[in-house]
Design a protein around this ligand. Structure first.
Ligand SMILES: *Cc1c(COP(=O)(O)O)cnc(C)c1O
Length: 219
């Protein structure tokens, strides 16, 4: 049986050092996170605010916590004191709520805009056009406690690598069109498709089950 440590180390070996590995620990116990932590991992991703808050309270304070799930605006306040990157921002309203809570905490919170690249209707995110519109919206200048540092996308859940490739390369093209000194992260790739995502320029991969093993229920 491979351990969390051995799986983590072998993944770290295969990804270029400039790509950030987010260890997705949702549904996994703090013991598992600690094992990864002791193997050197410092960036963890969760998709439920409550779960992240509970884990953050008991785990080492030098962990960077990333919120990767779909965001409910009324939950932003609970993570605002510590969250280091919010991946799934999909509306201006959410950005405005993050602004409000970041300000209360005297922080600037980094955010990624989620882009809809999958063929499934249920995946959240902005369309390409909406991304261009939002980035041109003067209202962003008022959000001085929010920093849009990149884009995030999730490919269709399929074995068809041609389709996944197409979706990743569409996101890569959008990223190339809008990237700047500040907007420099492209978060794409999960356990099943992160090597492919990296070939399409991903700078941040979100890997859960390939490190921690299968989750007991689908989330
Ligand atoms: C769960 C999740 C992941 C990780 O999924 P794995 O297939 O276990 O690697 C990545 N990104 C998001 C947004 C997730 O919800």
């Amino acid at each position: 049986m491979p351990t969390i440590t051995s799986r983590l180390l072998s993944i770290q070996e295969t990804i270029p050092k400039e790509v950030c590995l987010v260890a997705v620990s949702k549904t996994k116990p703090v013991e598992s996170i600690l094992e990864a932590y002791h193997a050197g991992q410092r960036v963890f991703g969760e998709n439920k605010v409550q779960e992240m808050v509970e884990k953050q309270a008991v785990l080492p304070k030098d962990i960077s916590w990333h919120m990767i799930g779909h965001l409910q605006r009324n939950k932003v306040k609970y993570m605002a004191p510590f969250v280091s990157l919010i991946h799934g921002v999909d509306s201006l309203k959410t950005l405005q709520e993050i602004q409000k809570q970041a300000k209360k905490n005297n922080r600037v919170i980094d955010c990624l805009l989620q882009v809809h690249i999958a063929s499934e209707a249920h995946k959240f995110g902005f369309s390409f056009e909406e991304i261009h519109e939002l980035l041109a919206n003067p209202i962003l200048q008022e959000l001085d406690c929010v920093r849009i540092t990149g884009l995030m996308g999730m490919a269709t859940f399929t074995d068809d690598t041609t389709q996944i490739s197409k979706e990743f390369s569409a996101l890569q093209q959008l990223f190339e069109a809008v990237k700047s000194k500040t907007l420099h992260i492209i978060s794409m790739g999960m356990s099943s498709d992160y090597p492919l995502a990296i070939t399409h320029g991903s700078t941040m991969v979100r890997v859960g089950s390939a490190i921690f093993g299968k989750r007991n229920y689908k989330q």
